[in-house]
Design a protein around this ligand. Sequence first.
Ligand SMILES: [Cu+2]
Length: 457
Amino acid sequence: MVFSRRQVLGGLLGLGVVGLGAGGVRYWLGRTDGAAGHDYELIAAPLQLELVPGHPSPAWAYGGQAPGLELRSRQGDWLRVRFINKLDVPTTIHWHGIRLPLEMDGVPYVSQLPVLPGEYFDYRFKTPDAGSFWYHPHVASGEQLGRGLVGPLIVEEREPTGFRHERTLTLKTWHIDEQGAFTAFSLPREAARGGTAGRLSTVSGAHLPTLELPAGQVVRLRLMNLDSTLTYRLNLPGAEARIYALDGNPVQPRPLGKEYWLGPGMRIDLALRVPAVGQELALRNGPLRLATLRALDSAGQPAGDWPSALPANPVAEPDLATAETLRFNFEWSAELAGSGANAGRAKYWQINGEAWDIDDKSCAERPIARLKLGRSYIFELRNMAQYQHPIHLHGMTFKVLSSDRKSILPYFTDTYLLGKNERARIALVADNPGVWMFHCHVIDHMETGLMASIEVA
Ligand SMILES: [Cu+2]
């Protein structure tokens, strides 16, 4: 594997995000090629974040925010991000859900070398699919995501959709105590179960915020679970809400229903009809309020209509008739942090009998499956334990076909929430060459074994 030469930062201190005001703007206008320059200068740096009033937390931020700056691209265009590491630890950026070349995928020692303190790395890739995506490191993920290195990436449709209003709502529950100090991102007894949960819920960086939305209008809510552990059982009691996209891929619009289980790394795009002026809705996780949505006077705008379905993304349709079936068992592992030859990190989880070791740089040289470029595959996923696993594949989008636990309307995604003891079938066309991570997005599970690589060649 050949890596790009390390790019060492010189004379760039003090620069912010080029040309951007707060909240991000459409930055792709007037841009035609990916050859030179960049659209964003994105800095990772420490930030004192006030999550608990009066008590700063020593967070890590992208673009001076945690969760990070919202990046925007347009379907089919290049996104060019100069990433500058001003932390005192190595890091990378992985672009969750984006189908891109391996060398832009942000996995240390697989797609690139870690970006060392003081260095920069130019990420440049086309964004083939429109939707709600996100970005985060793939190095020391428990701490780095835990301290706030997570951010939304919105890829806009090429043509206007029927939505006139939209809001991005990021969900993250922080591992901090009542004084704002960080608590353990991983506890062994939790890692071996559902993962170590945080304590303070936030929506777009604020605890229990009140968010104002235009009364009577239909608003696209991009809800993104950027948490390391929690599955949110999202519900909006009394609301008129319809699902328009799951994890960055459009679906036929349908009612939100009672609740939707949004696992770590997953996203859901809802159309919400905002009620009359002054009325409020509760965005909840099960019975727990996450945020209040308040309807604000929308200054005489005519009532909004439900937009038509979003245009499908150009994802190849797997050929089920010729597809080869591969089986993946997600299991508990008995291998605890040992001594002697087994010294090191505990491994509580494994895939087909193999536990990934995040400290072993050679793991990716032993892919758990080798796929032939251009062929279709069916993966049978089997969860052998009673904890759920949001299973994520890098580099390619897959189609969820069926489950033994619930009825599935087949849809394309990058992450599937595999429920306890569930069996599910997914399918894909192996159309992106490389060595791709296949892992659980409960970070505690990933860091204690539940990761593998899949080679496409
Ligand atoms: Cu898991």
